[in-house]
Design a protein around this ligand. Structure first.
Ligand SMILES: Nc1ncnc2c1ncn2[C@@H]1O[C@H](COP(=O)(O)OP(=O)(O)OP(=O)(O)O)[C@@H](O)[C@H]1O
Ligand SMILES: [Mg+2]
Length: 230
């Protein structure tokens, strides 16, 4: 595997130690480079979300290693993993998980606040810039429940971009949207790759979305069944 991978899994297996152990993913070997646009597909229960959580350092392997920018993350403790996620990875889920009591702008500023190092004014300006990029700057003062589903998902993407991550991980980001908004969100991800050089890894059930990506990783029963570059 090339040394240039942004995120890499080496021999990753994740087993939940229940009364009857559950294998979420098994023997995953994959490296994803800077600027790649990757879709992850597979039947329900095939391990797509589990793999994304492992690549996103939200879960840790039972065996094997996950490397981010060449650094072995399996040696890090929970605080170090959280700090690494905050700086390097943006997450977008099917449900937006925006905080209802905060304005749209303050939701987008939250990861910057957690990371620290920026003044209130700098965070405010960057938040506005991101909302402009996502074409929802006019919604900045509203609360999330005053927005449409498509607008909320764009806010969630703006929040994912808050700390300028190289890697965006998305778990069925269009799963809750109508076809028009799904198309808008797909185009945003394409733009983050093509124009900003970010890496996007998106789990999707939509064939059209998967076809628009450069590479498709197809899972079956927790293993990589096919890894196809176009
Ligand atoms: N907390 C858990 N306890 C028991 N089994 C689990 C748990 N989390 C996941 N699983 C099982 O692990 C397997 C992989 O789950 P995962 O959520 O990664 O699948 P998925 O491909 O994302 O499915 P979907 O398309 O439905 O979202 C499934 O068989 C699931 O039932
Ligand atoms: Mg899932």
């Amino acid at each position: 595997m090339s040394g240039e991978a942004l995120i890499e899994a080496r021999g990753v297996t994740r087993i939940l130690q229940e009364a009857v152990p559950v294998t979420l993913v098994r023997d995953i070997d994959v490296g994803i480079g800077h600027g790649e646009f990757v879709s992850v597909t597979g039947p329900s229960g095939s391990g797509k979300s589990s793999l994304l959580y492992l690549l996103g350092l939200l879960d840790v392997p039972t065996s094997g290693r996950v490397l981010l920018e060449g650094q072995d993350t399996t040696v890090l403790d929970a605080d170090e993993l959280a700090a690494m996620r905050l700086r390097k990875i943006g997450f977008v889920f099917q449900f937006h998980f925006l905080l209802p009591e905060f304005s749209v702008l303050h939701n987008v500023m939250l990861p910057m606040r957690r990371l620290g190092g920026m003044s209130e004014r700098q965070m405010d300006e960057r938040g506005h810039r991101l909302l402009e990029e996502l074409d929802i700057a006019d919604q900045a003062r509203k609360r999330p429940d005053q927005l449409s589903g498509g607008q909320r998902q764009r806010v969630a993407i703006a929040r994912a971009l808050a700390n300028d991550p190289a890697l965006i991980l998305a778990d069925e980001p269009t799963g809750n949207l109508d076809s028009k908004n799904s198309q808008i969100v797909q185009e945003i991800f394409a733009k983050l790759v093509r124009e900003e050089g970010r890496t996007v890894v998106a789990v999707t059930h939509e064939p059209g979305f998967a076809e628009a990506t450069d590479r498709n990783i197809h899972l079956v029963d927790g293993r990589i069944d096919r890894d196809t570059k176009r």
